[in-house]
Design a protein around this ligand. Structure first.
Ligand code: C2E
Ligand code: CA
Ligand code: CA
Length: 811
């Protein structure tokens, strides 16, 4: 609004006709004394041109002959410029005297006029004009004849206005400084400096520096420092508020360059104000297109502050541009404008800072708004974030009791992020966010990293799950790279939420999210796609998580124990091989079986160090057993992670050398699952292990997906049938045919076949009938400590099933 007012005001003033008194004025320059001026040749007087009398620095004074009409007073307008003026009557008697800084004699000194009250009887007066030596200007001084009363009135109002402007500028400065301090805001700090510099310029117009220091020189230095500073700071503030660096970096650099140029002008103002004023005008004019271009671009990108800068500085163009052009070209385009320049200057002095203050406030609000958006929304995906859960909780959701919370997490996201870089990672996350928005859930929230939260209802859950699967069945293409998006999902249902005694749970949504995250942890630990929360999970999880942190130290504390489970050769009952199985002797929890820590160790990579420990123990033991004349082939479990380890072969051969172990005494078990995950890599690793003399075994056969063609090519010696295919299988049942086929398949591939988990004599006999080669299971023996294994072996050099049965029966 104020901008529009300013614009209208500017245009009105510009069009205003200027009331010049039609008094005949003549001037001559040169005579030094009043007598010489008055008595000089009549032909030496020239009519005063409209631009005024041209005064040159260091030159002799100029004289103006004023034929004063009756009832008027002489007013010499110097439009804020610095001159010393003395008025004489026709006889050369001093009538009045004034300069910009001294105390006037018989004169009224206003802002840009020196007014000499005369008797009002008319007659001729002579005014001597001398340049103020400090002003640095050569300049034209306009001489006006105006009615004293109106002039004085006008001057008084202008001064009052100027004082008010000065005071308001000081207040604005103070407020801005407080804000700068309170908000630690550089923008407010720069802005307060900008307003202060304008206040300093206004103070100069008010003649304050001179009145304070009683020194015209000091006053002029003041102006020469403050005016360029105000110009430069004005530009700097605009560049910063408009965020020009973001959308128009070149324009920002140019404008900052111009700001520097304004500052550089400071000494030149002092030395040669006239030409410097012109350069200053050129700079101003040159700034405008750059400024407007940048504002336009910012506005086109949706930055309303840029639009406001553009609009708010338009009046300056309308008002100042004609004046600058007049300054440069010497022609007055709009006389009203020129005559009212002082007023316009004042108006812009106060209005511009006010507008800037408004812009700054708006920018601060926008930043605040954005900050609260950021607090509640995630920038990468644009989804609400975890902080927003609280808001959702207190909103409509609290009324429902049928919520289902899903926490999907992208499998292998960390690997993708590390391999392809965070930029691609971010794009992928944005894509995931986009897909999640499509599944028709009540809310989708990004919890952190690659973990999201989907809120839905019991009724919608199945549909949402189906849509989730559909959305993520298609790989994503980011930067031309095709990336599979596999999700692991933890789910928690409000209906399953344990109620506290006597009421509904507090913040159910937050608890559901937490439960779903627990379910997700379990899903990830066990490589499952979907796990629903259950209180059981929690007890397991807490102990497992506790263990996880201690796992790393278990080796240094020597807490691992090597156990051996014998393998019995079926056709003769000989015990010539065993499987190494690790146990963790935990100081507080006792003996922990591998199912409680191996999956975690595999997740974290700790498994490599466990493998290393087991291999070291086994190699030493195998060498020792061979030396004692009772060699046993010991099988060691390798995990998929061990296959990725390029140091595995070196480790194995190193251990062979260190203990003098025969590689034939070591067998390496690989589960079917990990062997077939990447068969080509597995084949390579297997090839090198085989070359080094180790024999290989496919573990848990039947639980994964084997490609038979790979199986045929893999250099393995043994197939271990998972106990699921043996347990509770009897001749005549479906499972029997399957078991029979697996044993036959193994034999046809030329492999020795081991049956795992044999617990009963019926299973034993069935397997013997099927010509299975070895059995391993509780029926023969559970896993034993190394010492117990040695004793057991001494007692069962030849394992006889019947003997055991009799023992079992008598027990
Ligand atoms: P696995 O390789 O299939 O080992 C056989 C598991 O079956 C052992 O469990 C063994 O105690 C158990 N078992 C043996 N006979 C019977 C039976 O008659 N009935 C039943 N129900 N179970 C029987 P354990 O020792 O708890 O090991 C579990 C799994 O942990 C192993 O399965 C293996 O995958 C892993 N594991 C054990 N030790 C190591 C190791 O040193 N390194 C690696 N990477 N994994 C290991
Ligand atoms: Ca095994
Ligand atoms: Ca097994």
């Amino acid at each position: 609004m104020s901008r529009m007012l300013f614009l209208v005001l500017g245009l009105l003033l510009a069009a205003l006709p200027v009331a010049h008194a039609a008094a005949p004025l003549h001037y001559r320059c040169g005579p030094a004394s009043v007598a010489a001026a008055i008595a000089g040749p009549e032909g030496g007087w020239l009519a005063v041109p409209t631009q005024g009398v041209q005064l040159l620095r260091g030159a002799a004074p100029c004289w103006v002959r004023i034929a004063m009409p009756a009832r008027t007073d002489a007013a010499v307008s110097f439009a804020g410029k610095r001159i010393a003026l003395t008025l004489y009557d026709a006889r050369g008697v001093l009538l009045a005297q004034a300069d910009r800084y001294g105390s006037p004699l018989n004169a009224v000194q206003t802002l840009d006029h020196l007014v000499f009250p005369t008797s009002g009887s008319g007659g001729t007066a002579y005014a001597r004009l001398l340049l103020d030596p400090y002003s640095g200007y050569d300049q034209a001084v306009a001489i006006d004849m105006v009615a004293l009363s109106s002039t004085l009135e006008r001057e008084r109002r202008q001064r009052t206005f100027q004082v008010a402007a000065f005071a308001s500028l000081l207040v604005i400065t103070l407020v801005a400084m407080l804000f700068a301090f309170a908000m630690r805001s550089l923008n407010y700090g720069l802005f307060s400096l900008y307003v202060l510099s304008i206040a300093a310029v206004v103070a100069f117009r008010l003649n304050l520096p001179h009145e304070l220091g009683r020194s015209p020189q000091l006053a002029w230095i003041w102006f020469c420092a403050m005016y360029p500073l105000a110009n430069a700071l004005g530009l700097l503030v605009m560049v910063r508020l408009g965020h020009f660096h973001r959308h128009s970096p070149l324009a920002a650099r140019v404008l900052l360059g111009m700001a520097a140029a304004f500052l550089l002008l400071a000494p030149f103002w002092y030395v040669a104000a006239g030409p410097t004023d012109q350069v200053n005008s050129v700079l101003h004019v040159a700034c405008l297109p750059v400024l407007y271009l940048a504002c336009w671009r910012g506005w086109r990108r949706g930055d309303t502050v840029c639009l406001l800068i553009l609009v708010s500085s338009l009046p300056i163009v309308v008002v100042w541009l004609p004046l600058f052009i007049a300054d440069l070209s010497g022609t007055v385009l709009l006389p009203g404008l020129a005559a009212n320049a002082e007023w316009l200057g004042l108006a812009s002095d106060i209005l511009l800072p006010l507008m800037f203050l408004g812009l700054l406030a708006q920018r601060t609000l926008a930043v605040r708004e954005q900050a609260s958006y950021l607090e509640l929304n995630d920038t990468v995906t644009g989804l609400p974030n975890r902080a927003d859960l609280q808001r959702l909780e207190s909103a409509a959701l609290s009324a429902r009791h049928d919520l289902v919370v899903l926490v999907p997490n992208v499998k292998r996201f960390r690997v993708i992020n590390e391999a392809m870089g965070t930029r691609i990672g971010d794009r992928l996350l944005a894509e995931i966010g986009r897909r999640l928005r499509q599944i028709g859930a009540l809310h989708v929230v990004r919890l952190h990293a690659d973990q999201f939260c989907v809120v839905t209802t019991e009724a919608q859950c199945d549909a949402v799950r189906a849509r989730l699967a559909a959305q993520f069945s298609v790989p994503a293409t980011v930067n031309g790279q095709v990336i599979d998006l596999n999700l692991a999902v933890g789910a928690a249902r409000e209906s399953e939420l344990a109620l506290p005694p006597g009421g509904s749970p507090r913040s159910p949504l937050i608890r559901l999210v937490r439960n779903a995250e627990i379910a997700l942890d379990v899903a990830r630990a066990h490589c499952l796609d979907w796990v629903e929360y259950d209180t059981e999970l929690e007890s397991g999880r807490q102990s497992d998580l506790g263990l996880l942190s201690e796992l790393g130290r278990a080796i240094e504390r020597e807490e691992f124990r090597l156990y051996l489970q014998p393998k019995v050769r079926l056709y003769d009952g000989a015990v010539v091989s065993a499987e190494a199985l690790v146990r963790w002797q935990h100081p507080a929890r006792g003996l922990i079986t591998p199912e409680h820590f191996v999956p975690f160790a595999e997740k974290t990579g700790c498994i490599r160090m466990i493998t290393q420990w087991v291999l070291t123990e086994v190699m030493a033991l195998a060498a020792q057993l061979r030396a004692s004349g009772k060699p046993v082939q010991i099988a060691v479990n390798l995990s998929a992670r061990d296959l990725d380890d390029t140091g595995l072969l070196a480790l194995l051969t190193g251990l062979l050398q260190r203990f003098g172990t025969d590689p034939a005494d070591i067998r390496l078990e690989l589960t079917e699952h990990s062997a077939m995950a990447d068969p080509t890599v597995t084949m390579q690793v297997m090839g090198s292990l085989r070359k080094a003399g180790f024999s290989l075994s496919i573990d848990d056969f039947g639980t994964g997906y084997s490609s038979l063609s790979y199986l045929q090519k893999m250099p393995v010696a043994e197939l271990k049938i998972d106990r699921a295919f043996i347990h509770r299988v009897r001749p005549g049942l479906d499972g029997f045919i399957l078991l029979q086929s697996i044993v036959e398949l193994g034999h046809r591939l030329g492999l020795s076949v081991v049956a795992e988990g044999v617990e009963t004599i019926d299973e034993w006999e069935m397997l013997r009938a099927l010509r299975c080669d070895y059995i391993q299971g509780y029926f023969a023996s559970p896993a034993l400590t190394v010492a117990a294994f040695a004793r057991w072996r001494d007692a069962n050099e030849v394992f006889i099933a019947g003997k055991n049965r009799r023992q079992e029966e008598s027990a």
